[in-house]
Design a protein around this ligand. Sequence first.
Ligand code: ADP
Ligand code: MG
Ligand code: ZN
Length: 611
Amino acid sequence: MTAMVSATELRAALERWFGFPSFRPAQEAIVRDVLAGRDVFALLPTGGGKSLCYQLPAVLSDGLTVVVSPLIALMKDQVDALDTAGIPATALNSSLAWPELQKRLAGLERGAYKLLYVAPERLTLAGFADDLERWGVVRFIVDEAHCISEWGHDFRPEYRRIASLRARFPALPFCAFTATATANVRDDVVAQLGLRRPAVHVASFDRPNLTYRVLHTARSADGLIGWLRARPDEDAGIIYAGSRANADKLADALTAHGIPALAYHAGLDAATRAQRQERFIRDDVRVMCATIAFGMGIDKSNVRFVVHWDMPRGLEGYYQETGRAGRDGLAADCAWFFTYGDLARSERFIEEKPPAERAAARTQLERLVRYAYSNGCRRRELLAYFGEDYPAEHCGACDNCLEPRTSYDATLDAQKLLSCIYRIREAHGYGVGIAHVVDVLVGAKTEKIERWYHDRLSTYGIGKERDRRTWRHLADELFRLGLIAQDAAHHNVVALTDLGRRTLLERTPVLVREAVAAVAGGRRARPATASDDERYDRDVFGTLRALRRQIAAERDVPPYVVFSDAVLRAMARELPRTPAQLRAISGVGEKKLADFGTRFLAAIAESAVRA
Ligand code: ADP
Ligand code: MG
Ligand code: ZN
């Protein structure tokens, strides 16, 4: 069963079936090991191109490649994509109607498919292993393999059933693919699956087309709407919220402002969730406001932004979630709206956890906060978290590299803020949050101020000449500098640290960084790699997008399965006139040229005439 394929033949197959001129890092080596019949463990980032690593070997082998996948939607997506590329594939799952199931089973009996996608539950159904044997299974692929590990964040007990196949098919190779990096998960996957001297491939986790930003800005729906309005209308994206209520609220606010958005969370019934996911995947709705219940298996390649509205669970989760942007390799933005107040809430969540989990959760939170407040290159820091050394000092595609913020002397304002906290808390013994401190500084007339006579404090109104936003930013900075902190006992109570007290008494100079405006921060950066990507005819692109949508609807598949945004942009840039010119574009394989070439060439010719 071992197949020997030359480098030239591999490239030719890649070109023919996928239309790609070259492999991404690690892909070729993995394809070779899979073809050679070895057990494989492959770790590539989200969007790194794992599917191709087993799909190409499947096309080049006799027999059936069985892929275990955790989600029906994911299987459907991949089968649609393979089908459109002319690679015979199918899936078996519980959602199939009887006639359709019979049709697929008959195809499997005939040996009509190269790939079969199944959910892990099916593997141990009575008689299924015999079926697989009869259908000529030659290898097992375990996609999203971290689901087998209890240490991972997506543990699926059903994944444990895969191991029993090893005993039943001792001669067949097992290949595991995942984007989850931690060492204990990695070891667990290898052990649970009983991989035998696996060929281990670990690709770089860098996603050069993603731009990372932390927006230290007061969080308001208006700010988010401004940020979204600064982007092209057709840009789709995901906004992660920390709770179901926030997901709903954001979706409503965006919709009310004319930005088509839907909410997605575990509080919705399965049918509604599936329907909303489908609408997002099919470019029917621009924005998904979701909890982390949404995401795994979103292979939609034209996700142009991922926003974190609330505190992520940890840096690992943050990276997986941002990884869902820009699978097509085009520039995409990752923005995290962060404010000091988020900490109090996260601390409260931690308190609600079982005591055994608190220490780990606190470490996670500290990592996140350090990242949020960092002045250094974000990419460097994210990669360092995964144990990878980024070779350059600056990546050119994060806020700290693109818009290094200047510092200014804020000694006088810092004195005002520190002494205001000092008066309220230490001199008068009130435990208050930063919002109240700012109210006192600007001389507001609130119920609390009147009730507590805080308008009689010497610091009342001493900060009138600055607005609340400026004071909030300064508070954020003082927090970053360790001059103020949350009270040890009450997380929403602000207190001076020892350093803060000394700074106040000794009038130490305080240097802080400028605030960033949310909208300026939303400006599209030129990513480090993309050169030509942003240069294309927007009208032609719009026409081609409409055509793609129409074809996708005719075939009942997601639009990005027909062609990715990257392919459409290349068409709108190069304006091919002949089938050969069209075929030369990366992502246009043999089958897609045959099926769609005429219509796309006609559309390009027509819009070029108009131009
Ligand atoms: P993963 O499963 O690792 O998250 P996918 O397999 O979904 O990633 O691939 C992400 C995207 O990269 C897909 O849109 C795919 O078509 C594209 N891709 C994969 N390999 C290549 C390649 N060699 N050249 C160009 N694009 C590729
Ligand atoms: Mg994948
Ligand atoms: Zn950087």
